[in-house]
Design a protein around this ligand. Sequence first.
Ligand code: NDP
Length: 450
Amino acid sequence: MATNAQKYCEELYARVVERNANEPEFHQAVQEVLESLVCVLERYPEYIDLGIVERMVEPERQIIFRVPWTDDLGKVQINRGFRIQFNSAIGPYKGGIRFHPSVYGGIMKFLGFEQVFKNSLTGLPIGGAKGGADFEPKGKSDAEVMRFCQSFMTELYRHIGQDVDVPAGDIGVGGREVGYMFGQYKRIKNAYEAGVLTGKGLTYGGSLARTQATGYGTVYFADEMIRAKGMSFAGKTVLVSGSGNVALYATQKVQELGGKVVAMSDSNGYVYDPDGICFATMKQLKEVERGRISEYLKQRPNAQYHKGCSGIWTIPCDIALPCATQNEITEADARILVKNGCKAVAEGANMPTDLAGTKVFIEAGVLFAPGKASNAGGVATSALEMTQNSMRLAWTFEEVDAKLKNIMVNIYKNASKAAEEYGHKDNLVVGANIAGFLKVAEAMKAQGLV
Ligand code: NDP
């Protein structure tokens, strides 16, 4: 028979679907969390009485705005901007900004919701938010990107602040975009509030190791997870999807630990390099030239290019690191990975494995690190950037990297401990959701009905 907690979670899920129609990514993120929390709500029914979970699935504030700008031909363009301020129980809202044509309310909400748990897991005092626009930076000139960023910030500035809400980068938003947005914020506010954005350049308040943090952190987490089962990266064949910020630095760290990354992708296709991906070539192509991954073959003629990004999962590997985007590993992809002998998956992207795919991995005994735990190194290092901004000093690369590693090891330990305590040993999906939830829930309880 279903327990009260089960019934409560099922009814709440149905309400979320009804109130947020046509937002499947948000439903998916909520469903996963609610399934994990049943055992917590059975143990602590007061969270039901206080409406903690009901409040957590409803953003505190949602801002949607028009972003007008002109392209290089002088033509007026209109995009839609978002900032979803999800939960501020444990600190100012914090979360990235995504510029991608697929951005809409459902993606913003799923990312904001996941961010609440992720930020809690870091152990740092940061609430959860996400923002972005349905703007495509690919193929735009620097001047167009600048005009877009300035227009975006001309609205966003009134909703953010170093003690209010602190955005950062995400898909389509890197150092260039953060720079343009920071410049516009400073101009409007006539104040140098360095801590209002993270992912800044090193000459104006950025932190060393922030660029590398999400990718490195994912691999630190994966390393801890596989070491607990007597494995290591040394000599392992690894697939890394994507070739953006997270994918690049995950690749670099895997190589440092002795693993061999044989394939990477972008939204058009993937490259397979039997000699191992050349990090320097890929970094130059993607970070400097902003080229397509097919061009990798110009420098590495032994590599092969295949159209269609999901084909990457058909390559046999020991470890898979999905670092591109949501739902890039489906149930069918997961089955192929398992069949080909994949032993561990660590998500660098947010929710890259769909619910059915996650189930396949867990049932097959594949070690599985959910993104909200394994990719938390980016936001954790953003919080370290905020600390340095407040203290008006800059730590060395080694200091920041050591703190990042320590945070990732602790997230692994906390998620793993919570999973075991609640009867789900080795299930880090459940463990991360519970560990992330408890801190926020306690803070909400203490702060009353707000
Ligand atoms: P980037 O924009 O730097 O890179 C994204 C990469 O993913 C590119 O290679 C891109 O290919 C590919 N990609 C994007 N959309 C799709 C798609 N629909 N299908 C296939 N491939 C796609 O982003 P990041 O590396 O910063 O972000 C990657 C993931 O990591 C995202 O899920 C993000 O939310 C998550 N993340 C990022 C953090 C950060 O600090 N940057 C922190 C935590 C999570 P193409 O160039 O062709 O578009």
